[in-house]
Design a protein around this ligand. Structure first.
Ligand SMILES: [Zn+2]
Length: 539
């Protein structure tokens, strides 16, 4: 997720300045690049089992990792972040040699790794995992209590990486194809993870819940949530048939949740319309209450927005429209399409998650409240744009770009919608992205190429302007003697975005470039379509 608030943007900004001053480290490269020790094997399956001991804030467990050999190699990189310890690795019953290099662990494999064969190994881990201070932004384990004094625990790890709490191949390019999660917790508590609940085993003082995810899943999407949960459910009849919706909330919040979560099927309805079928029917859909704001955990979206509309009760757009929906339900569910279905390969391209999902808030309003509401909302969110640095971050070092990926990214997409100038076609493009890149990890370039292919205007310079530069195009214009003269300034090379203007309330398209052009108009003033995210300056 990583929804922004103004304070958080300021924090992000400060930490980004620090990261620009500091050079990237070897650990950043090990974490953020496709190293030779990652490249040779294709991840196919995890069975993660762990026991959580809340009183000691301690976890221990193992991960069975299955993979296909793509080319012969003898060393495998597995990531697990300190202070957790990777204690043992086993293949075919033999203990393996492990060379620890910070958070990366290089495991020697003496058995032959034959091309195209399926192999498996087990890694064991334990310790006191990093505690989240400001979940979900810093990530780790949140060890909290509910109002009745029960443990209320959750993980979150976007950016930081799933290796902050379990050992895995911690790079986004290679998603596991399916996954089984078994979590043991003290009696009186229940664990809720991704996918479908297969069974709950009763042990002496503990219980173990088993969850299965039938679809590829992001590393950071995997989660455990532990609390005194109660469950209710409903069936949503969607584009691909029946979808089971399950809600896990704290016991005391059941009545509130039953009322407030009526927005969930409304959300799915709007997003299936705009983006196509929910991408994980086999895994069901869940909203799970957590002791932090929320996160797009795949098929178990986590929720902590206090059963109120807005973003913790606030309207990020300042227009009033942001109070017509629960920001966390809408935003985090939107990520099922952009983040969980279509996933960035490198976090430098995080706008693919956040810009489309930011825009999904507007599309939710569009579906339920109309186009005008949607437009006012997205324009309203411009007040959060800083234009501090480019939206795309540096590649291969696990670093994201500017927080502008939210409001500026939403406005970038809203601007493309104006260029397309055909809402049905725009909807087909959004649905087409989700079917073309179904369950895939992608780069910005792939999204750009797709859009360029579908839209009757070359967006190359447009994307350079809004994703890779911080300047906002300025339309300079002069009206003299029945003539409108205009040009773009503050633009990248070849920027030639068409623009809709109104002369005496009549719409007219102009095609500015960096060179002065002119057309005859009847009138002495123009209005610029406010749906385009640009500035204008008249002389
Ligand atoms: Zn988000």
């Amino acid at each position: 997720m990583k929804s922004f608030s103004f304070t958080i943007l300021i924090l992000c900004f400060a930490s980004n300045v620090i990261s620009q001053i500091n050079h990237h480290t070897r650990q950043d490269t090990l974490r953020g690049s496709i190293t030779p020790e990652r490249e040779w094997w294709d991840l196919t399956y995890y069975h993660l089992s762990l026991e959580v001991k809340p009183d000691e804030k301690y976890i221990s467990g193992k991960n069975i990792i299955k993979y296909k050999v793509l080319k012969p190699y003898t060393v495998m990189q597995i990531d697990l972040q300190a202070p957790l310890k990777l204690t043992k690795a086993i293949q075919n019953g033999k203990a393996l040699k492990v060379k620890h290099d910070g958070n990366a662990h290089f495991i020697s494999l003496p058995d032959q790794q034959k091309i195209n064969t399926q192999m498996s190994l087990e890694v064991y881990f334990e310790g006191h995992p990093k505690e989240a201070v400001r979940a979900p932004w810093d990530g780790g384990f949140s060890w909290k209590k509910d109002n009745n004094g029960n443990h209320f625990i959750a993980t979150s790890c976007q950016g930081l990486g799933a290796s902050v709490w379990w050992p895995n191949k911690d790079h986004m390019y290679d998603e596991v194809d399916s996954m089984y999660i078994s979590v043991t917790v003290p009696n009186g508590l229940m664990n809720v993870s991704n996918g479908k609940l297969m069974k709950v085993e009763k042990n002496n003082n503990t219980n173990t819940s088993h969850w299965f995810i039938a679809n590829p899943i992001n590393n950071y999407g995997v989660n455990v949530n532990i609390g005194d949960y109660v469950n209710f459910s409903e069936t949503y009849i969607g584009e691909k048939g029946d979808l089971e919706l399950n809600y896990y909330v704290l016991r005391d919040n059941l009545a509130k949740a039953k009322k407030h979560f009526k927005q969930t099927p409304m959300t799915l309805r709007a997003f299936e319309h705009w983006f196509g079928p929910y991408p994980f029917y086999e895994d069901g859909f869940k909203l799970v209450e957590v002791p932090y704001l929320g996160m797009e955990h795949q098929s178990s979206v986590t929720y902590g927005n206090q059963y109120q509309n807005g973003y913790l009760g606030n309207d990020l757009s300042g227009t009033g429209w942001g109070l017509e929906f629960d920001f966390i339900i809408i935003h985090e569910s939107g990520h099922e399409w952009f983040a969980n279905n279509i996933t960035y390969i490198d976090i430098a391209d995080m706008w693919i998650h956040e810009s489309f999902t930011n825009y999904s808030e507007s599309l939710y309003l569009d579906y339920h409240f109309g186009k005008k509401a949607a437009s006012e909302y997205v324009i309203g969110t411009r007040r959060g744009i800083r234009n501090d640095k480019p939206i795309i971050g540096p590649y291969n070092v696990n670093k994201s770009g500017s927080g502008d990926m939210y409001p500026k990214g939403g406005n970038l997409l809203h601007t493309i919608r104006q260029i397309v100038n055909d809402d049905e076609k725009w909807r087909e493009i959004l649905r087409g992205l989700n079917s073309t890149f179904y369950h895939q990890t992608v780069s910005t370039q792939q999204i750009e190429d797709y859009m360029n292919q579908k839209i009757d205007y070359d967006l190359t310079a447009f994307f350079n302007q809004y994703l890779r530069d911080t300047r906002i195009p300025i339309l300079e214009y002069v009206i003299e003697n029945g003539e409108l003269k205009y040009r773009w300034t503050e633009v990248v090379d070849n920027f030639d975005m068409p623009l809709q203007v109104f002369v005496n309330k009549m719409n007219q398209w102009i095609y500015p470039t960096a060179e002065w052009q002119s057309i005859k108009i009847i009138g002495t003033a123009i209005e610029i379509d406010p749906d385009f995210y640009i500035y204008a300056k008249s002389e």
